[in-house]
Design a protein around this ligand. Structure first.
Ligand code: HH2
Length: 273
């Protein structure tokens, strides 16, 4: 399989399709499979390179979702999208069983916010299917991760974690070219931690694997701008342009159009001799 960087040349865009009643930014909006599929097709038409389907919220304070419930939410959406668009589908899950069934239904990437730590069977499922995997940093668990996150040096610690996880993924038989890493903006991080990771994203990129960044509509943008959730897409674009300049490869966003437009303008300027 083509390495991720060649298959999805930077800067690539991942559109979020949350099939949950409680996601922080769009919970409940797309719980009906038909609505979720229609939303995914809209994001594909707007230029998403990947559609990330998730059935379990990982917002701060959220509770885990039982296996059967998660499967019921994501499988019809993945199946429907896979039939109606060529855009590859990613499954956002920490459960090996969900990943396995999602891949059978048409998913082509696994996005694991625990970086293969939650479910001991996950690495094997990914390796056996030969699909790409995203390894994300999270301090603690969603239920408690924002209580009082502390680091001596957040960039160094997140870099060391992602380096170790990428080595673990390789040692589990996952193709090195199919691994990407993610600093996990908002996952056990204060505003200052998020900003430091974005400011020094080049150090995360220097680890080696392509870097995914998921800052879309997150609460630190609300604090910085005073905007409610629905007003954070301009701030999201600003973060994403800064991230791309520092080496981000793929941007995970709820609104694909604004990020695509900003990237087009930025690329046109950079292309001038
Ligand atoms: N953020 C969220 C979920 N999955 N995956 C990666 N790789 N990186 C992220 O930053 C990331 C992620 C949280 O955002 P969202 O899906 O909108 O909310 P929720 O978890 O509440 O469904």
């Amino acid at each position: 399989m083509l390495p991720l960087r060649e298959r999805f040349p930077a800067p690539a865009v991942m559109g979020v399709v949350n099939v949950t009643p409680d996601s922080f930014s769009d919970g409940g909006t797309f719980l009906d499979p038909a609505a979720a599929i229609a939303h995914g097709l809209k994001l594909a038409a707007e230029g998403a390179d990947v559609l990330d389907v998730g059935g379990e919220s990982t917002r701060p304070g959220s509770d885990p979702v039982p296996l059967e419930v998660e499967l019921e939410r994501v499988l019809p959406v993945i199946d429907g999208l896979a039939r109606q668009t060529e855009v590859p589908i990613s499954i956002d899950t920490v459960k090996a069983e969900v990943a396995e069934q999602a891949i059978r239904a048409g998913a082509a990437l696994v996005n694991d916010v625990t970086a293969l730590r939650h479910d001991p069977a996950m690495a094997e499922v990914v390796a056996a299917a030969g699909v790409p995997v995203c390894l994300m940093h999270m301090l603690g668990e969603p239920k408690t991760m924002q209580d009082a996150p502390q680091y001596d040096d957040v960039v160094a610690e997140v870099s060391a974690f992602l380096t170790e996880r990428a080595a673990f993924a390789r040692s589990s038989g996952i193709d090195p070219g199919q691994i990407c890493v993610d600093p996990g903006i908002g996952f056990g991080k204060t505003i200052d931690h998020n900003l430091a990771l974005l400011r020094h994203l080049d150090r995360i990129a220097a680890i080696g694997p392509p870097v995914l960044v998921g800052a879309s509509r997150k609460s630190f943008l609300g604090v910085l701008t005073g905007q409610p959730l629905e007003g954070r897409d301009v701030a999201t674009v600003a973060v994403n342009l800064a991230a791309v300049r520092r080496g981000a490869w793929m941007l995970r966003v709820h609104a694909v159009r604004p990020t695509r437009d900003a990237l087009a303008v930025s690329a046109a300027i950079e292309a001038v001799a």
